[in-house]
Design a protein around this ligand. Structure first.
Ligand SMILES: [Zn+2]
Length: 64
């Protein structure tokens, strides 16, 4: 173990193993979803969920 998995939480300053973070989108930044939400006021998950349904024109662009 070389400790490279250990990160310092961007909110609470705690040391954590990013692989164990409950934050799904910002594992490398926050120790958990509570800190992510506390720091941002929301989670990226909820944000991304809002745009998960792409306009059909966008899908055409990505498919090329
Ligand atoms: Zn934290």
């Amino acid at each position: 173990m070389d400790g490279t998995q250990l990160r310092t939480c961007g909110r609470c300053g705690g040391r954590y193993d990013w692989r164990r973070s409950t934050s799904s989108s910002l594992k490398m930044t926050y120790c958990g979803v509570l800190c992510e939400r506390g720091a941002l006021g929301f989670t990226l998950d909820t944000l991304l969920a809002g745009v998960r349904v792409l306009p059909l024109e966008w899908k055409a662009l990505f498919a090329v």
